[in-house]
Design a protein around this ligand. Structure first.
Ligand code: DON
Length: 586
């Protein structure tokens, strides 16, 4: 069944040599396509870099991984092959979010079959998970359990998800081993600590230092690796080699699985070998919407992303945003009100649709949007105070990448360990960082998670259940063909980041780099505040306050690495909200 079994050692060595050549080529950047840097001087905050190419494109948070994906495309692979190679490479080069020990979601447009599919490889709660798992003795939600202990670790889905994508939707030109080989070479040779790796390690020091097995990220004095250091991940190279040899079996059974279970249990979790053995990724029908003649294809539950992206777009379709003007206070006000209404529905209805009934069709219907739209007025609608609120946590500790190939296939992939480096715990001897994704459950109904998101019974913890996500990998089609591939990190701000990229492209007709770089804002119903990026002009903020909005100036959020299919070719936009992002094409 697994292509990996067909691959011999010779193949593998060829790939390793290829990767080393590739790294050398990268150093001199000789093959870089023409680039336009778009410094939006007016915004003063975010930049995106447009890269033009004719045949294939990868836009990702880290340059080497993006180049590896583009190389697979250039050698005849399809977008799925490239996405799988990038997914394994980012587990090495962007360990804060790229992962083997976490999970995520992939949305695919398959040109040959004229079909879109969604792969749910979200982490699952262990079978021993009870609804009160994150409560303390007094019955209160206990963030130490849901964020900082082994109880927070969901059964990882990434390896199974990527293997399934390759087996079902890959071109057949590359074995899984060939797609993993670049990641193995990077893990073994080591990578320089720079850009986002440097920035993320500086923040993660204390979380990593709590676990002796995570010392590869630290210097002898206990400080995180810094500029000039190299991150060498030999154990991770071994784990990747085992997966290259035997496919996902090597992760979900045998020595690696044993070590993951041991690590989780020693940190207080309840995961068993049976939980790993029985993990399966799920191929789902994507959520679909229609916005001004464009088809929106996005992620269904257990992510809330697609449902609420479509819901917000449906609400906004009834307003002349284009005429009001991009960035105008009137348009921003309507966007904020749409966000509030959608996030209120999120809190009430969303959860794992394999366990609870989620009214997806109703929430994404034009009639539901019309009813909500009728509630929007000139002034900010107050959110009823109904419990403890906490501000949304910022950060870009998830990662999204977009791929388009010359056959017309497209892949949007978002995956995550939840926090920066997840739980911070490396399963001893495996090099695999474990997630703390189960904090995305409602530890207790109405009590906010780390991103300030509230949810209720539909998202209560339960055995085998997948926690509600906001990840929103999205493909926009025009006349049945991809026009835009996008997605973002940012916790609760993922869905609103993607909304704004989509609106900037479809509604405001911005070129992709500008659409990605434009300053963003975010409201999530509770807490009742609008978080605005630094680039939003002061007079816009003032006009929103005059309409009754409470504004909080926040940091940049959501590196939305996107690709537009333009009449003249492909345009990749690496979102430089985090350092080191890159689009590579050929
Ligand atoms: O699945 C989710 O929605 C979150 N666990 C994603 C976390 C995230 O984006 C962290 N980065 N800021």
């Amino acid at each position: 069944m697994h292509a990996a079994r067909r691959s011999g050692a010779t193949n593998h060595m060829t790939m390793v040599r290829l990767v080393l050549c590739l790294l050398a080529a990268l150093a001199i950047a000789s093959s870089a396509p023409a680039q336009t840097t778009l410094d939006l001087a007016g915004s003063g905050s975010a930049q995106a870099r447009a890269v033009h190419a004719q045949h294939g494109m990868v836009a990702a948070q880290e340059a080497t991984a993006a180049r590896i994906g583009a190389d697979i495309l250039e050698r005849g692979g399809n977008a799925v092959d490239a996405a799988v190679a990038v997914g394994f490479a980012l587990a090495v080069t962007l360990p804060k979010a790229g992962n083997l020990g976490g999970g995520g979601f992939m949305v695919l447009h398959l040109a040959g079959r004229n079909e879109e599919v969604a792969i749910d490889y979200r982490e699952a709660a262990p079978a021993a998970t009870t609804s009160d798992v994150f409560l303390n003795e007094r019955g209160e939600a206990d963030p130490e359990r849901s964020r900082n202990s082994g109880l927070a670790v969901g059964v990882p889905g990434t390896v199974a998800g990527l293997a399934l994508a390759h087996a079902r939707y890959g071109s057949g030109r590359f074995t899984l081993a060939e797609l993993i080989a670049p990641a193995i070479a990077l893990a073994r040779a080591g990578i320089p600590v720079a850009d986002d790796l440097l920035d993320s390690l500086a923040l993660a020091g204390p979380r990593l230092a709590r676990w002796p097995s995570s010392k590869i990220f630290l210097k002898a004095n206990g400080e995180p690796l810094g500029a000039g250091d190299a991150l060498v991940q030999r154990d991770l190279a071994h784990s990747l080699e085992a997966i290259a040899r035997a496919g996902e079996r090597a992760f979900y059974t045998g020595a690696i699985a044993d070590r993951i279970v041991a690590a989780v249990r020693s940190a207080g979790g309840r995961m068993t070998l049976a939980d790993l053995n029985s993990y399966r990724p799920i191929v789902r029908a994507p959520v679909r919407g229609l916005y001004r003649g464009h088809e929106i294809v996005s992620m269904p539950p257990p992510s809330s992303g697609g449902v609420h992206l479509v819901e917000m777009l449906n609400i906004l379709e009834g307003f002349p945003l284009d005429r009001l003007g991009a960035g105008s206070p009137a348009a921003l006000h309507l966007m904020i009100e749409a966000m509030k209404l959608a996030y209120a529905d999120r809190a009430e209805f969303l959860g794992d649709s394999d366990v609870v009934d989620v009214p997806i069709a109703r929430l994404t219907s034009k009639s539901h949007a019309a009813a909500l739209r009728a509630r929007i007025g000139e002034r900010a609608q107050a959110v009823p105070a109904s419990g403890p609120d906490s501000p949304p946590r910022g950060g870009g500790n998830t990662t999204h990448y977009s791929v388009v190939d010359r056959f017309g296939n497209a892949v949007a992939n978002t995956y995550s360990l939840n926090f920066n480096y997840g739980l911070g715990l490396l399963a001893e001897g495996t090099g695999i960082l474990l997630n703390n994704q189960l904090d995305d459950f409602a530890a207790k109904p109405g009590v906010p998670n780390a991103f300030g998101l509230v949810s209720g019974g539909a998202n209560a913890p339960g055995p085998g259940k997948r926690p509600l996500s906001s990840m929103t990998p999205t493909i926009v089609l025009k006349d049945g063909r991809p026009l835009l591939v996008t997605g973002a990190p940012g916790g609760s701000r993922i869905i609103t980041s993607v909304l704004q990229v989509v609106l900037n492209v479809i509604e405001f007709k911005k070129p992709i780099a500008e659409a990605v770089a434009a300053p963003r804002l975010h409201h999530q119903w509770r807490p009742d505040e609008v978080v605005v990026e630094p680039g939003l002009p002061a007079d816009s903020v003032g006009a929103l306050q005059a309409r009754g909005h409470t504004i909080r100036r926040g940091p940049l959020f959501g590196s939305a690495h996107s690709i537009a299919v333009a009449p003249g070719g492909l345009v990749g936009a690496a979102d430089e909200r985090a350092r080191g992002a890159k689009a590579h094409g050929y």
